[in-house]
Design a protein around this ligand. Structure first.
Ligand SMILES: Nc1ncnc2c1ncn2[C@@H]1O[C@H](COP(=O)(O)OP(=O)(O)OP(=O)(O)O)[C@@H](O)[C@H]1O
Ligand SMILES: [Mg+2]
Length: 260
């Protein structure tokens, strides 16, 4: 099965999701290869930090060739493709042989608007490739906030399936990336790891993991923007906005060290 993580908008989490999904599939003993189709080579850079052996990874920043991909698909249970942030010939070629396109979206109007070109391209390709399945995935949701709760409503404008699994905004995703490992390796019992495992389970079986149910509103591990008080002045020097993200408790992590 070929799964592509696509969105023309940069920074919505394509690479983070591709790497963690790939790692989670590999942990299920499914053979898998990740193709980094982005000229930026972010997934390859992640791989170089630890020479992570969790799964095979290839850099292919040019237009992918159908024969090569079909050959790979025969040798692996899953091929996961991390697409570049553009509506380009590369993305079009990727979608042409994709079985499932996962489109990550952050719950922000700007990101939802910027994604419409990607959705149009997918719908255009579906006209001659009706078996191209597409699912929206909410990423960087901030639990306990109105925008977080309204995220699903916001992305319903596209009239596409939305995965029940959601990924919240969590420092573990960033720290694991810096350390060259997946969130499951970095913090196996973290909420981030559970969210990825639920996503993987939903992709493989069609149902999310049982443990992911009602919205988790606890603040532990999240990167939470402080709630503005009435009359708050938004300046760089405002003490309540000096630190946008809440720090999580410092604990010794086996993999946490500078990647640079
Ligand atoms: N769920 C999350 N929680 C916290 N940070 C996240 C999450 N998802 C992604 N990020 C962070 O957001 C930034 C962008 O993520 P990422 O590079 O995966 O996006 P991208 O869509 O691949 O970007 P590009 O389009 O440039 O390739 C990174 O700093 C990443 O660590
Ligand atoms: Mg990327």
């Amino acid at each position: 099965m070929i799964i592509s993580i696509v969105n023309q908008k940069g920074g919505v989490g394509k690479t983070t999701i591709a790497i963690n999904l790939a790692a989670s599939l590999a942990r299920k003993n499914l053979s898998m290869v990740l193709i980094d189709a982005d000229p930026q080579g972010s997934a390859i850079q992640w791989h170089a930090v630890e020479n992570n052996q969790a799964f095979d990874i290839l850099h292919h920043p040019d237009t992918l060739n159908k024969t090569d991909i079909e050959e790979l698909a025969q040798n692996y249970d899953y091929v996961v493709i991390d697409a570049p942030p553009a509506i380009s010939d590369i993305t079009r070629a990727i979608l042409a042989f994709t079985d499932l396109a996962v489109v990550p979206l952050t719950p922000s109007s700007l990101d939802v608007w910027s994604c419409s070109g990607t959705v149009e391209m997918i719908k255009e390709i579906q006209q001659f490739k009706p078996n191209l399945d597409v699912k929206l995935l909410i990423n960087r949701k901030i639990p306990g906030t109105r925008v977080g709760r309204e995220a699903r409503e916001m992305v319903r404008v596209f009239d596409l399936d939305i995965l029940a699994s959601e990924l919240c905004q969590r420092v573990a995703f960033i720290d694991a990336m810096t350390s060259g490992v997946s969130v499951m390796q970095y913090a196996p019992s973290s909420k981030a790891a559970k969210e990825v495992e639920s996503l993987c389970e939903e992709i493989v079986t069609g149902s999310p993991q049982q443990t992911m149910g009602a919205e988790d509103t606890s603040q532990e591990e999240e990167m939470v923007a402080p709630t503005p008080q009435e009359g708050t002045v938004f300046t760089d020097t405002n003490p309540s906005y000096g630190e946008i993200y809440e720090e999580e408790e410092e604990t010794e992590k086996p993999y946490l060290r500078s990647a640079f």
